[in-house]
Design a protein around this ligand. Sequence first.
Ligand SMILES: [Mn+2]
Length: 318
Amino acid sequence: MTKKPNIESILGATESKTFLGLKACNDLDMLNASSIFIGATGATPYGNMGPFCQNAPDTIRKAISYMTNNIDRYNFDIGGPIFPEGSKPAVDYGNLPFNETNFSENRSVIRATVAKVLKAGAVPIVVGGDDSVPIPMLDALADTGKDYTILQIDAHIDWRHSHMNEKLGLSSNMRRASEMPHIQKIIQVGARGIGSAHSNDVQDAQEWGAEIIPAEDVHLYGITPIIERITLGTNIIICFDADGLDPSIVPGVLARSPGGLTYFQAIGLIKGAASKGTIAATNFTEFLPDSDVDDLGALTVSRVIAATMGVIARQNNK
Ligand SMILES: [Mn+2]
């Protein structure tokens, strides 16, 4: 096989250990940023699955590292540089430690880190890790005393009471969210095919008031009716599972499911959320490098995260 020409050589990219070459922030007491990339290895894995998405944060950092010297260029997805003049850039916190046997310690670390970030006035961008990671993140938001709307983008609704005797695993995050008093509204976008949900899970979700917009409806009617569901002036948490996107652009997921969201449907939802309220926290989970194809999914997820950082930098500028 001939060697592929590499884009790094014309972009002048330099080796970077941080996302987009952002400044590293190792001390949250010194945090002064619009958002902060927090790599999460995992939280509460099922049975012997282990932290199967543990390499996601570093793979995602690597996928966008060729852009590190071009961060000031025009990004057409958000209508300007990621961090426009006068805005606060994002920073990168590195990766949280993971304990293979003490899952409650994993959750405590995530919760404490997110709580500290929120106190410093920055928006956590928790990059997982499997979908058990959002549970302690969502729990940390209770400390603010504010109410929240969750905008979940996912092929699955994640309303299982428990699975394999575990209540805090990846199939239960929205069920646990619904039990938190500070979570007032849940909008779930992208469900499709057969997933974790049984019919009574869907019924429970709807009875609670979760607004479920299956992927098919996104393709049929677009994202505008979804954005209209977000109450004006609300605080928003984006819970983004990589399998919400179509597997043609993110093959690196546990269970590929056809009919997922396009890149611009996802970007449009994030921009739309910021146009209605304030994005207060985000997570991007379930990217599985081992199943990816030619780093295509890592590229897609890294671009969504970069655009989200830009959207957040702009809202802090309002
Ligand atoms: Mn999912």
